[in-house]
Ligand binder design. Sequence first.
Ligand code: R5P
Length: 295
Amino acid sequence: MQIFAGSSNQPLAKKIAKTTKSTFGKIDLSRFSNGEARVFVQEKRVKEKVAVVQSLSLPTDEHLIEYVLLCDALARMGAQDITAVMPWIGYSLQDKVFRKGEPLSAKAVAQIIQVSKAKRVITLDLHNRAILGFFDIPVIDLSARSLFIKYFRRSVNKKTFVVAPDEGAVKNSTSFAMDLGASIVYMDKKRNLTSGKVDIIGMSRSVKGNDIIIIDDIISTGSTLIETAKALKHAGARSIRVAVTHHLHVPGVQGKLDKSPIDVFVTTDTIANNNKSPKLVVLSVADLIGEELRY
Ligand code: R5P
C-alpha cells in the first residue's frame, strides 16, 4: 500500500506510513495564482491500493477540495482501491437540520467525499453514528477511548468522577466511567443556537473534593468544556482533567483553555497543530489507524 496525504495532517500520515511499513507518496501541493488548489502527484507509479490521509480541519473547505482532487489524480494514475483516512470529518456537528432553512451539511459533505470514489472511509469518534447512514460506502468508526483509558487508568481512585458535559455525551461517558471503574456525573447544558452561548443548568451529584475527568468528542469554541469546568470548580472539584478526541484548534481557544480551571487537557493528533501549551497532552491515533489499514 502507498500512503498519500493532503496538507491537513502530514505528521499523522507519516506516522501511519511508518506503522504500516508503507511508502509515503510524494505530492506537490500548492495554489494557482487565482487561489485554486493545485495538486501534483510526484510518483512515477501509483499502486492499486492507496490510502489518502486528510482531516477536514481548518481551513475545512480547502481541505475538502484538496482531498477530492488528490483522489482524482491518484485514480487517473491507476489507484483502484482508495481508502479515505479522514480522522476528523468536518461539518459532522451539522448532523441535523436544527432550524428550518438550514442544510443537512454532514450529509452533503458525505456525498462530496464519495465523489472521490474511495471504497471506504476510516474515521474516529464520529460525532453521531447516524452520519454513517449518510454514506453509501463503509465507514469504519474507530475510537480513541483505549488511548484515554490507558492514559488515565493509573491515576483513578475513589475520588475520581467521570463527567458527561451534555446529553449527547452520556452514553460514551457512562461506559468510559465503567471501564475506568469510576463514578459518573451528568451535567445539564443548554446552548443558544443563535449566539452559541453555553449555560450549565445543573449537575447530577456533588463533586466537592473530587478529581474530575470530563470526556467529550470535540472541542470547537471551548464553551462546553470551559463552562463545565467552571461549574465543577465552583461546586468544589479538586482537580479537572479533560479528554477530547478532536481538538479543532480554533484560533484563540487554547489560550482560553489555558486560563480555565482545567488542569490537564488530553487530546489526539486527528488534527495537526504545533500548540505548545503546558496543559496539553497529545496521544497519537496512528497505531489505531495503522492496525485497521493492515486488517
Ligand atoms: C456537542 O454535542 C459536542 O459533543 C461537543 O460538546 C461540542 O461540539 C463542543 O463544542 P464547543 O467547544 O463549541 O462548546
